[in-house]
Design a protein around this ligand. Structure first.
Ligand code: NOJ
Length: 578
């Protein structure tokens, strides 16, 4: 079992039935699923606001900081941003513990800043997707303060309480608690409350219709302000069997299967769709894709009117400290593509704020191959079927921080797990080693803007250390260098935007058993693209069965091309001409 957030992500992954449909079927069904929508064509850029740009020198990124970088966002060519939570929060979990859903976190600025930011984005034709964190709130939310004050308070039923006279409730696993116990005893009312995440993140009671209405009102508040979408944090846990039955010993190794995706979740999502989504032009993306093939379909099948797109973790979870196999990678992404051939839509990503850096996990962050492999990975994300999500900093090939001391980490889940390891006399050096590869703080170090102090992120001491390599990896240098990762990503974004085949075209894996090369075609309305990606540091041969002499390269990360012989981490997209 892995110890912190990545563990959660692993078990969020689902196993789908493998097997692609035959080509003819795929062509037909692809036409059915090519219903044009802005959110299918969107290129989403994820901003971790705490680490993006600090405007006032307190070492914490803020909304004014993002506003000062609007031109940078526009220059990337992206068409939407997803910004991690910026609501009022005591920041136990960096904003994923909300104390007021209608106010801005004081470290991040004011509602006026938000309005300016939204307008600035819209003026540049960039849409805004907000994080909706409503499986739980902060324990400092007024609802929870009221709820815990007495058993008869009208907010009591907004959360899950268990009166101690009934005995200790059946064990529930908490992801972030030091003891991984999701029930916390509260002497004030002699009761336990439920928190699947930290003690400061009590779970909201979705079985209560009044609570659900509060959530829809919050969503309408933001939708009325003009935002363009919601990312539903941890939604798979929202519905609960409130009898909290006992589960077999050791169930927590697979706790998702026991109590995520309780069937009522679909009723709640349908209700949310009716109350909110159907009334606004907003998109909705799940965090995860449920627990089964069926769940994934049900969540995003348009006719069911629940959510727009799934966000499956199985792909991003493949990379382990010991490495990963490209065959496995191909299998997983091909499987997910085939899952949504007919209906539904998926997100394509290789990193986010809960992951270590993409180039360090999936590519090669050595000086020799960092840029090449980052270009190759970005080519992958931007040439697959599904909405691409780029994580801030990956357009520069920012790498893992490589912290070696526990004091350098800030993530509450990591620090709690460290304490847990100490308590049970675990292997601390091994634990710290693993953090260097997989801790989510690796992906949260300040954005590297330039080679000035603190990488141009802040004039004050940053809340988490800047990666020492900022003098050689930063946006200012890369803007000036025509062969930089940044300029490559900008070009790749333009290619996706000007070729709808890369959005809607059917995906076909070729040279399936090639152990190092990922090769596929995308085909739509008479247009055909060939994508060749060498995932290894060795020269590799690919067998496309196509006449490359009749193909036009649209983008490549080496200046010279040798047909079916690919150089280390080579990426090339050809347009196939008849
Ligand atoms: C998922 C978010 O992505 C993660 O950062 C957070 O810690 C948990 N949900 C709890 O809200």
């Amino acid at each position: 079992m892995r110890y912190f957030y990545t563990f959660f992500l692993t078990i969020f992954s689902i196993s789908l039935v493998t097997g692609c449909q035959n080509t003819k079927e795929k062509q037909l069904s692809s036409v059915e699923n090519s219903d044009e929508k802005w959110w299918k064509e969107a290129i989403v850029y994820q901003i971790y606001p705490r680490s993006f740009k600090d405007s006032d020198g307190d070492g914490i990124g803020d909304l004014k900081g993002i506003i000062s970088k609007l031109d940078y966002l526009e220059s990337l060519g992206i068409t939407a941003v997803w910004i991690n939570p910026f609501y009022s929060s005591p920041n136990d979990d960096n904003g994923y513990d909300i104390s007021d859903y209608r106010a801005i976190m004081k470290e991040f600025g004011s509602m006026e800043d938000f309005d300016i930011l939204l307008k600035g984005l819209h003026d540049r034709k960039i849409k805004l997707v907000m994080d909706l964190v409503v499986n739980h709130s902060s324990d400092e939310h007024e609802w929870f303060k009221q709820s815990r004050s007495s058993r008869t308070n009208k907010y009591r039923n907004y959360y899950h309480w268990w009166d101690a006279e009934r005995g200790k409730p059946n064990y529930r696993y908490s992801l972030f608690d030091i003891n991984h116990d999701a029930w916390k005893y509260d002497s004030l009312t002699n009761s336990y409350y439920l928190h699947y995440f930290s003690r400061k993140q009590p779970d909201l009671n979705w079985e209560n219709p009044t609570l659900r209405k509060e959530v829809y009102d919050i969503m309408k508040f933001w939708a009325d302000k003009g935002i363009d979408g919601f990312r539903l944090d941890a939604f798979g846990f929202a519905a609960k069997d409130t009898s909290f039955p006992a589960f077999p010993k050791g169930y927590e190794k697979n706790f998702m299967a026991y109590y995520s995706m309780v069937p009522a979740i679909h009723d709640y999502l349908k209700e949310m769709n009716k109350e909110v989504f159907s009334k606004y032009n907003v998109m909705s993306v799940a965090e995860g894709a449920g627990n089964s093939f069926e769940d994934a379909h049900n969540l995003v099948d348009e006719s069911r009117k629940e959510l727009n797109m799934a966000y499956a973790f199985e792909g991003v979870d493949i990379a382990k400290a010991e490495g990963y196999s490209i065959s496995h990678f191909k299998k997983v992404f091909s499987k997910w593509d085939s899952a949504f051939t007919n209906k539904g839509w998926i997100s394509i990503f290789l990193a986010n704020h809960d992951q270590a850096r993409m180039v360090s996990r999936f590519g090669n962050d050595s000086a020799a191959y960092r840029d090449l492999s980052a270009k190759m990975l970005n080519t992958f994300i931007l040439s697959m079927r599904g909405t691409p999500y780029l994580y801030n900093g990956d357009e520069l090939a920012m790498t893992n921080a490589g912290f070696s001391k526990i004091n350098d980490y800030r993530d509450m889940a990591t620090l709690n797990e460290y304490q847990n390891q100490l308590n049970k006399k675990g292997n601390i050096p091994a634990f710290l080693n693993r953090l260097q590869f997989e801790c989510r703080d690796n992906g949260r170090t300040p954005f590297q803007w330039d080679n000035s102090v603190n990488a141009g992120f802040s004039t004050g001491a940053p809340w988490i250390q800047v990666n020492k390599n900022y003098t050689s990896i930063n946006a200012a240098d890369q803007e000036k260098d025509s062969s930089s990762v940044l300029n490559y990503v900008k070009k790749m974004i333009q290619i996706r935007k000007s070729n709808q085949v890369l959005v809607y075209g059917i995906y076909n894996l070729i040279d399936k058993d090639n152990p190092t090369v990922y090769a596929y075609t995308r085909e739509w309305k008479g247009m055909k693209m060939l994508v060749l990606l060498n995932f290894s540091n060795q020269t590799s041969k690919v067998n496309t069965g196509l006449n490359l002499a009749k193909a036009k390269p649209l983008i490549q990360n080496y200046s010279n091309l040798n047909g079916e012989t690919l150089q280390p981490y080579e990426a090339v997209i050809y347009q196939l001409l008849n």
